[in-house]
Design a protein around this ligand. Structure first.
Ligand code: GTP
Ligand code: MG
Length: 597
């Protein structure tokens, strides 16, 4: 029994998906063009969940264990794919995907437990591949099994889940030849990769496996950046637990199947001990206990039950993921679907969002810990809103357009009654007439919000460019920043942002717009001087100095100090359509640029 059900704790890191928007192609596997088009979020989720069910996670001695593990696994089923990753303290893992879920059961049938009295003998697909002891007897179950098949062509192992050090990202951005390419590189280098995505679904699967005895149809659904197309390596895993009743009800309603109503045999069941929120808090507490006491790799379990949405936070040491588990948060899953669709509609959306998020972090606007800071989620909505407002041609449609195009099959009502109906199959959606480069759109983003009247207006993704009534909505309250929740319109997703943080955001927007204006002007001039762009880039590569948009990502290296903006700087667009500083009312920019912790 080489497989041991693991109970050894280890440590972290993470993550990507290969689902493409209209014109995207996979650049993985050099030269091979594995283009796979999936236009439905639900089919993507279902496929990934099935993949996780067909998989086992095996801790190995090193990546050299791969051929031996492949042979060993092939005795019990057909190995489809194997993915290797390692965590920060040099622990190695291989995620093995079989062709069938039955193969996983067969493998688990030959697993044993560590012979130690202090081990909780949990059976799960999280395993450890022991080093073979010389001269050891082969397990009796194995003796009966077929001889190890000879694999003629061992498929190459796939590797991933490596968070690149910032020095390597810097090196790659230096090598880019245009500003747009820098934005593109930032996206491709930091987005979730295939292994990272598989690990996220596998981590969710572990929770489902644990509760399956009580709730065979329970679903642990990843949401947020793990699935919305804006995930980066290292981001957390947001999970939503569902006992499945709502799902089954909805499914039957959708399929017009009334047969359940006529069933004679119904399950005996307990009534809930408390109403609504109190019941959920109690259940979450128990789930937290199960994670803490029984599930291999789950450590640092924290129950945050008084939050608006009660959650259990934990770290999965074997997949290296920080997880936030909640219940009945289906609206957030539909929100992820909406963002995924927006990212799928145009291949420029995701690179832009990634760049803006990186910029905001470098500018000290976003923080890991909660507070009055702008969040990555709000930034994503701001980018989408800007892309809806581009003139003369928007890059993205308004949410109202997607709602008006919805068919009955798109009808979704979340568990808390929120109507989340909008067009889901966007495969036939006409591509945008807007053909601007990433550089141009990024510049436009900074210009748009540098001059936006945050004081007087709120933003609405439902409204988008707003037609005749203009951009923005009347703010329903006095929040400094008002970004309407696209699915629950009476809520402001940026309610937490205070006046000071909004001011800092505006200053950084103006700084970025100013820096970009210079960069864009400079590159235009360079184009006019024959061959100088290539010449310039070669020179820069020679001394490996950061250039172009990298200036926006490293505020400390700014050599535009004289040109940057402070509180009170007035902006206007001049007759040539350029952003100009009108007046500095006072200057305390140094103190304002120091990141607030
Ligand atoms: P990163 O984890 O930073 O990569 O991005 P994320 O989109 O996953 O953000 P986060 O983990 O903070 O939140 C997960 C999901 O919860 C988001 O994608 C949203 O769907 C939802 N969410 C986060 N913040 C808010 C909020 O203020 N209001 C609402 N309604 N939903 C939110
Ligand atoms: Mg998240």
């Amino acid at each position: 029994d080489k497989f041991r059900v693991t109970s050894k704790p280890t440590f972290s890191i993470c993550n990507n998906v290969k689902y493409f928007s209209h014109s995207e192609k996979s650049t993985e596997d050099k030269g091979k063009t594995a283009v796979k088009k999936i236009f439905s979020f639900e089919s993507m989720i279902n496929e990934r969940r099935k993949q996780a069910e067909r998989s086992i996670l095996v801790q190995v001695q090193s990546d050299h264990s791969y051929p031996e593990l492949h042979s060993y696994c092939s005795q019990h089923g057909t190995v489809k794919e194997m993915h290797h990753y390692s965590l920060s303290n040099d622990l190695h893992f291989i995620l093995v995907e079989f062709s069938n879920v039955e193969d996983v059961a067969q493998v688990m049938d030959v697993c044993g437990h560590i012979n130690q009295s202090d081990v909780v003998p949990v059976k799960s697909p999280l395993l450890w591949f022991r080093v073979r002891e010389v001269g050891s007897n082969i397990n009796s179950k194995l003796k009966k099994s077929k001889s190890i098949p000879v694999v003629d062509h061992l498929p190459p192992i796939k590797r991933g889940n490596v968070v690149l050090p910032s020095s390597e990202i810097t090196e790659r951005l230096i090598q880019a030849t245009t500003h747009s390419q820098q934005i593109e590189y930032m996206y491709t280098l930091s987005q979730l990769d295939e292994v990272g995505t598989r690990l996220r679904f596998f981590t969710a699967h572990q929770v489902e496996c644990a509760l399956r005895g009580l709730f065979p149809n329970m679903r642990a659904l990843p949401f947020g950046s793990s699935v919305n197309g804006f995930g980066r390596k290292g981001s957390d895993l947001d999970l939503c637990l569902q006992f499945d009743e709502d799902f089954v009800k909805r499914k039957h309603r959708e399929e017009g199947d009334d047969s359940k109503a006529a069933v004679r045999l119904v399950f005996q069941a307990k009534t809930t001990v408390a109403s609504g929120r109190a019941q959920i808090q109690r259940q979450m507490e128990t789930v937290g206990d199960i994670l803490q006491l029984f599930l291999p790799g789950c450590t640092h379990v924290r129950r945050i039950l008084q939050a608006r949405v009660p959650i259990v936070k934990y770290h999965q040491d074997l997949t290296g993921l920080e997880c936030d588990l909640s219940m009945t948060n289906l609206t957030a899953v539909y929100m992820s679907e909406l963002l995924w669709i927006m990212g799928t509609l145009d291949s420029r959306v995701r690179p832009l969002v990634f760049f803006v998020r990186h910029w905001a972090k470098a500018a000290g606007l976003t923080y890991e810990s909660p507070g009055p800071f702008i969040t990555n989620f709000t930034l994503t909505l701001l980018v989408i809103h800007y892309l809806q407002c581009c003139k003369p041609n928007p890059v993205l449609p308004s949410l109202s357009t997607l709602i008006s195009m919805a068919s009955p099959a798109d009808r979704r009502i979340s568990d808390d009654g929120v109507n989340c109906t909008f067009l889901r199959d966007v495969s036939n959606f006409a591509p945008s007439k807007n053909k601007e480069s990433l550089q141009s759109l990024l510049f436009g983003f900074y210009e748009f919000y540098s001059t936006f009247d945050f004081h007087g207006k709120g933003l609405s993704l439902a409204k988008g460019h707003g037609g005749k009534s203009g951009i923005g909505i009347t703010k329903p309250d006095a929040s400094p920043l008002y970004v309407e929740n696209p699915l629950e319109r009476m809520l402001n997703v940026s309610k937490n942002v205070n006046g000071e943080e909004l001011e800092r955001f505006k200053i950084q927007l103006r700084n970025a717009a100013w820096i970009m204006e210079e960069l864009v002007e400079h590159s235009k001039e360079a184009v006019l001087q024959e061959g100088s762009i290539k010449h310039g880039v070669r020179e820069k590569r020679k001394n490996s100095s950061p250039w172009g948009l990298m200036e926006l990502l490293n505020p400390a290296s700014k050599n535009h100090r004289d040109n940057t903006f402070s509180v009170g700087t007035m902006m206007r667009i001049n007759a040539r359509g350029r952003l100009v500083k009108v007046t500095d009312l006072f200057d305390d920019s140094d103190s304002l640029k120091t990141p607030v912790k």
